[in-house]
Design a protein around this ligand. Structure first.
Ligand SMILES: C[S@@+](CC[C@H](N)C(=O)[O-])C[C@H]1O[C@@H](n2cnc3c(N)ncnc32)[C@H](O)[C@@H]1O
Length: 251
């Protein structure tokens, strides 16, 4: 298995920690993604690569009929345990277990970069009704805050993290132009250890060996314990959710 495939399939090993320590998505991001549908009615929504249900629970809370699709068994079990009122199915983006033209929106939370986009985009177009929306979201820490960017540098592992430009990897003739918006939010962490636990759910940390991970964790802990922003009780990690949306065109 190559490194990309190993990383894409790595999250299950940390499923419990993922559910506990990864941030949620802001509701404003979900609402902006659905704006092109022009309705406040209950919608049929697919959460593709749903993981442990971070985005799924936001979609359910907004009152939509949600189907969650996730290939990793441990992630899907965690989702079923934590999120109710959802139809949860095993499956991949390249072969979505949902009939043609049956959903109003497909959401992808921090996962579109793991797909084989050439296969996934026609599949997503197939399940969407004409006029439906594809929304891909990514949650990131805010790089222009000093302690955050220093921590990012300290926590770099031997596995490089590079993300392709979403407007390039999402472009497809079955869809209109890609639009983008950014939503700032925060994640409360009670201690340096809790933030380190979040970092350890990233694939670039999961796939490295134990020795390298321990060394990075030690560096992060020493740093967070001496920074005034993070050394005294609970603190907020500045985040932003980047959302890319595009509308399924009729053929
Ligand atoms: C970073 S997690 C995001 C999970 C969830 N959407 C969230 O926002 O918390 C990436 C997820 O993509 C899933 N995944 C990886 N490759 C996939 C594929 N080809 N099709 C569908 N899901 C995939 C992984 O199993 C994992 O649950």
């Amino acid at each position: 298995m190559d490194l990309h495939a190993r990383r894409a399939d790595s999250f299950g090993a940390q499923a419990g920690a993922y559910a506990e320590h990864r941030p949620d998505y802001p509701v404003a991001a979900i609402r902006w993604a659905l704006e092109p549908l022009g309705t406040s009615e209950r919608l049929d929504v697919l959460d593709l690569a749903a993981g442990t249900g971070k985005l799924t629970s936001g979609l359910v809370a907004e009152g939509h009929r949600v189907t969650a699709v996730e290939p990793n068994e441990q992630m899907l079990s965690e989702l079923v345990r934590r999120v109710h009122d959802v139809r949860a199915l095993p499956g991949h983006a390249e072969h979505i277990p949902v009939p043609d033209s049956t959903v109003d929106a497909v959401f992808v939370g921090t996962a579109f970069h793991w797909f084989d986009q050439e296969k996934a985009l026609p599949e997503i177009a197939r399940v969407l009704r004409p006029g439906g929306v594809l929304a891909a979201l990514w949650v990131e820490t805010v790089p222009d805050v000093e302690w955050v960017s220093e921590l990012e540098q300290l926590s770099a592992s031997s596995v490089e993290s590079r993300r392709d430009d979403p407007t390039e990897i999402m472009a497809h003739p079955s869809f209109g132009p890609v639009e983008r918006s950014i939503f700032p939010h925060t994640q409360r962490r009670d201690s340096p250890e809790a933030l380190i636990a979040t970092t350890n759910t990233y694939s670039r940390m999961i796939v490295i060996d134990e020795e390298e991970r321990a060394a990075i964790n030690e560096k992060m802990l020493a740093f967070l314990r001496q920074r005034p922003e993070t050394s005294n009780g609970p603190f907020d990690v500045p985040l932003r959710s980047e959302v890319y949306r595009m509308v399924r065109v009729s053929e």
